[in-house]
Design a protein around this ligand. Sequence first.
Ligand SMILES: Cc1ncc(COP(=O)(O)O)c(C=O)c1O
Length: 416
Amino acid sequence: MTVSPLTPTDLARIRADFPILARKLHGQPLAYLDSASTSQKPQQMLDAMTSFYSTSNANVHRGVYTLGVESTDAFEAARDAVAALLNAPSRREVIFTRNTTEALNLVAKTYGVQNCGPGDVIVSTVLEHHANLVPWQVLAEQTGATLRFLDIDDEGNLQLDALDAIAREGNVKLVAVTHQSNTLGVRPPVAELVAWAHALGAVVVLDAAQTVPNRPVDVQALDVDFLAFSGHKTLGPTGIGALWGRESLLADLQPFLTGGEMIRSVKLERTSWNSLPWKFEAGTPAFAEAVGLHAAIDYLHAVGLEAIDAHEHAITDYALGRLTEVPGLRIIGPQTAAARGGVVSFVLDDVHPHDVAEILDRHAVCVRAGHHCTQPLIERLGLAATVRASFYLTTTEAEIDRLVDGLLDVRRVMGV
Ligand SMILES: Cc1ncc(COP(=O)(O)O)c(C=O)c1O
């Protein structure tokens, strides 16, 4: 079934829920085109957190008094919401973390350290955000395992032709890949990688920071082994994210951090660990943020993740078309909207991306400039930096038009 993108009426209704969109910068309405960095927040999410703090705030898993019970129930209900969002087989498989970065580090420092050693191979790709690259570098250094990166073609499409050679290098233990590049918007062939990895007995770690916010993500259909995402990119607050992992794998792991809720009993000589998922949640968790994330997930369901995906696709198609009207602009990555998400990187003649972003800011158009925490990818593409515009459920064609007008002004100001 093809889902229709959001209608102009839907968009107007959705945009009215985001108070920050009423803000003006330099006398002009805000055009926020940086959702890949962090999403803006709907009033429903803000209200949920304010209401929680105003009525039910108490630490979780400790108090037997009413507030503590309410707060614990709200925290654990948020876990159920994440489990349902990801179609996780069990709520025990959902571990709250601070963000995607912490979730990926958790896998490296637990599963990775316990399972990798000399003669083993860890596989990642040049597309990765540093959060899905540096932990594997450190893991390889710590354990003596070999780290290999899959390359891309000039449009950013992942090349799988090196897989056979990599498999001959040793025991492939772990494959870490992004579900969608935060710099190019390209979506790697995860199904092929999963089939290859599982045939070799390796696990697949999926960085879903750029997809959980905007399309249905189903861990069972994907058949990955671990998946990470961030609340702040998903209409939720900062300070909360989640790791999903197969229970059969999580059950055998030693804890990541120690202290607080992750214990069952402590004696001076030795400590035993709590059951899943709390074994991996040391210290007071971000429970108010979990309530916010729950409200954000409810909001996403109310709009419909299929509809958000269809909208991003349509708006990206529109943006790719309009951007080609700017002389000297070169899109980096896939040239069509078919195989990509709502992230468009580009360069404009010899103008430094920071100058582009700075001049666009005078038009109240917010875009990101730089390496987007993907330095190896930017280097692989032979660039120093790009400008990146990224879209979400609030993005309108009028905002894209303002981006294009702003870029024409950049050309005038910079004399190119
Ligand atoms: C693909 C991808 N992975 C990981 C991250 C890291 O997310 P966080 O900073 O929330 O940990 C990001 C953030 O931009 C990202 O886009």
